[in-house]
Design a protein around this ligand. Sequence first.
Ligand SMILES: [Zn+2]
Length: 670
Amino acid sequence: AILAATLVGALTWPGSTEADVIRPSERFRVSDEGEVVRIPARVIEMRGGPADAISAPTVCPDSFDVQHYELHLNPVRSTSTLEGTAIITIESTVDGLTGVQLALRDLVASSVERAGNALTYAQVGDVMTIDLDTTYDTGGTFAIEIVYSGTPDTESGGFGGFWFFPFPITDFSMGVGLNATPPSMGRYWFPGVDAPCDKATCDIYVETNGPKTAVSNGALISVTTDSTGRKTHHWQETHQIATYLMSISVAKYTAIPDTANPLITYYVHNDLVPVAAGTFANVPAMMTHFESLFGPYPYDKFSYVTTPIGDMEHQTCVSHSTALMSGTTANDDILAHELMHQWFGDLVTYEDWREVWLSEGFATYGEALFVESQSGAAGYRNYVTNQLMAPYLGNAANLTYPIYDPTFKWGTVVYEKGGVVLHMLRKVMGDTAFFAAMNGYLANHAFSTAGTGDFQAACETEYGSSLAWFFNEWIYTGGHPVIDWTWDYAPNGPDYDVSLGIVQTQTVGPAAYEMPVDFKISGVGTDTTVTVWMNAATQTFPVSVPFEPTSVQFDPHNWLLDEAAFVPTGVGGGVPVATAALESNRPNPFNPLTAIPFHLPAAARVSITIHDPAGRLVRTLLDAEQIPSGSHLVPWDGVSDTGADVASGVYFYRMLAGEKIETRKMHLVR
Ligand SMILES: [Zn+2]
């Protein structure tokens, strides 16, 4: 779910610490009968709601399971009321079932029956308790018919619920609340088990007046017209669907079949028809790409349906904000996000709300996958860096909570960081295993629900060993690595020994992240990339290259979500440190006098020696002398221990202070 709305000023959610993401767009003034008027404005995509009062999952009943919803709905715009009849088929999962509890909010039942027998029921708050007229044992099924009506509500803050929207005139439901606990909003327009863990099938019949079209989930079975001209649209979803993914949208829509893909139809407010082709130009390519990655589109149709609020990944009928109907492909990221949800979120649904990254993180990563199909690897990396990593790193101090059971369900940690985690998992596993795991996860849990453990298991099947370390540090723990890295080299016969150093200094998250990290080592007209396995707070990796290195790049393809800084300390295999104790000699180059500065955080026995490039000792300046804490300078006059002036060239100076060894390079030019 993404909230995109035209707003004049900045908007913040109470309690949210997250920055709004502002996207340039245009505002459309749309009247039911009139023309499209474009007003320059800003589209604010906003996802951060206040912290939920309860982070516990919505628990599905353990005594029964909803099999099917048959909903007959009549939104009455003149009174902003909804008249409905719900026929709910239920299977008992215990012996001796005597009653059920369903969720229904603000709407009032006038009768509840089973097979023509009136049932006793009570509504308290959102809970509707129904006593059955007979008991059912495990596997026994029955249908309850509930007639209800009332004024449906929307959540405070303005996304989820059931809307009678004035502009453009649209009666529609939005399946999740951004600041409601639990977020599922099926109960705002029909009675049911309103939790993602209980999926069912549905037939939805919607009455409209003549010029209006009702769009809902699944296939359009029929449109019938009565003698007064009122129409009933019958939509049928024969695939399992969660209540938060069910929806209806009623407006004066034009149905526009996609010219390239017969599965796709756009339902667009009549006034927006002129901008539809430009807005949806890349949708067939998106569909083709996602099908190539994740298998055939699993449902009977796919639609974007324009609604005054959006976007929301309702199964087979995405609600797409009228504010994003720009007539250009500028909002392809959101279109790709919602299409990706049809596999991740809809086909496989998270089993409870703590797992929401399995939907939103994956859909956000789908944006990058679509960019990759359009713009190649460079475009993909650019998107990951600027659209996924940057929003997180730019506000990381406020985003220290884990992806699993997040403080904010609709925030940067779940969306952008969740997407980056998949990017990093792809690096760890390699493309073949990564996409095989994504498909294995879909195949194992299609039309059902899953948790992070199920996804981890699918990944481990392809990877061939445990990935607990990866999921622990990235999903169940907040934070990211903060890295000081360094390098230097020394000749070794015809080759060169290169020393690559990493120090992790993060204060949030694990003391040491475990990840593969690339270093690109470049020489004149040549380069090589080596991958090291980072798994400790301080590490040095020796490698050998057959050319003299001139530069080294850390993580050149930006696989790692981190803050990394080059620290010029440590050469020739010396251990790098975050705060250099041995500093650069000055002047350098020198002739023949130079000074070697060093800093001690505490008193220590210190040796400082000078070596030639082959490692031979040239001069001992300090020999295990007790030195107090603080900053010090040791001079060298270019003379060896034997009293000879040494030749021009590269020399190394090495400090042993307590347990610590550091080495640096200097250049004598006579
Ligand atoms: Zn989403």
